[in-house]
Design a protein around this ligand. Structure first.
Ligand SMILES: [Zn+2]
Length: 328
């Protein structure tokens, strides 16, 4: 299942995700020199998951380990490159899971990839880490905005899809399979860190751990843009009332207030601020034609609230989607 090729970048920049020690490459595996933790390489992609050594409760990484060790099969194991206008079959299937329920009408019918606009740009190839990159929509978007992007995700199906799409679109992103709570990157490596629609799926203790990992690998002066859900967002409030008597479920949403987020990010990364993004949905205007009439209506109300918030700033405190921007 594995092959012997690995890009030198990985050998130069990855460290053991458990103890951050240096890795040695031998027999198509990476070994940590301090405690001999072993990491496999699957088709040139390092599998930096720690499930062999730590209890992660991460279903994505458990599935990945099963695939790498031959007990399960990839969802779409395409043995060819994607054609010029073809949409990757995994993206066709999971678009509503990754981009929100506004995209349910587009499942199986996408004609182009839904690539959002990246909120920042650079002229000098800054190194950017995309945490929880999935099939790579933000990797493509950041790459188009001038960043030299590395995407990390525990789900091997998503990473294989991201690799196919990057090749198809001629995007130079690198990918690593890993758990956000155990980032496998050396100290002071990245200028920027980005994550969208990922952190809300972790419990608060895990978010703290992820932020410590980001702080470790971010350069001094580096910037992180992390998308979060606002506890007092209009949709968030409805969802919390709806789920008030529900027991915790895997991948369930965790809500934070923006003041709690600022306090935490100030401590874990550095000076932080909130940028209020949108009400109700994270769907993108450029994908409007893909939405059902009901979702178009909600999207328009969201746009109206956004413009009201420009005139009456108090309204923005009820936005659902926010970025926490921090400087190390
Ligand atoms: Zn180690």
């Amino acid at each position: 299942m594995t092959n012997s090729y690995i890009d030198q970048w990985y050998l130069d920049n990855l460290v053991c995700p458990i103890d951050k020690s240096q890795l040695a490459y031998e027999n198509n595996q990476m070994h940590c020199i301090k405690h001999s933790h072993i990491y496999n390489i699957f088709r040139g992609i390092p599998i930096m998951l720690v499930d062999k050594y730590q209890k992660t409760n991460n279903l994505h990484s458990l599935r990945t380990v099963n695939i790498v060790e031959g007990r399960e099969k990839l969802r779409f194991d395409l043995q060819r490159d994607l054609k010029k206008n073809e949409i990757d079959p995994l993206v066709q299937e999971i678009i509503a899971e990754t981009n929100s329920n506004f995209y349910t009408k587009a499942v199986g019918k996408l004609k182009t990839y839904t690539i959002p606009d990246f909120p920042i740009s650079t002229n000098d190839n800054k190194h950017l880490l995309d945490v929880g990159c999935g099939w790579g929509r933000w990797c493509i978007s950041s790459s188009k905005s001038g960043f030299d992007t590395i995407g990390i995700d525990p789900c091997i199906d998503s990473i294989m899809s991201a690799i196919r799409i990057s090749k198809q679109l001629n995007i130079k992103t690198k990918f690593v399979i890993g758990d956000a709570r155990f980032l496998p990157f050396k100290k002071d490596l990245f200028d920027n860190c980005f994550s969208f629609s990922v952190f809300q799926h972790f419990i608060k203790e895990d978010v703290k751990k992820i932020l410590e990992g980001i702080n470790f690998t971010l350069k001094v002066g580096g910037i992180s843009n992390i998308h979060m859900l606002n506890k007092y967002g209009l949709r968030s409030l409805c969802m919390q009332i709806k789920h008030i008597f529900k027991k915790y479920e895997y991948f369930q949403t965790t809500y934070w207030s923006s003041s709690d987020l600022i306090s935490l990010f100030n401590i874990k990364i550095g000076h932080s601020k909130v940028v209020y993004l949108s009400f109700f949905t994270q769907a993108q205007y450029k994908d409007y034609h893909l939405f059902k009439p009901m979702h178009k209506l909600i999207f328009n109300i969201s746009k109206i609230l956004n413009s009201i918030a420009l005139k009456i700033p108090f309204i923005k405190y009820f936005a659902d989607n926010i970025y926490i921007i921090s400087k190390k």
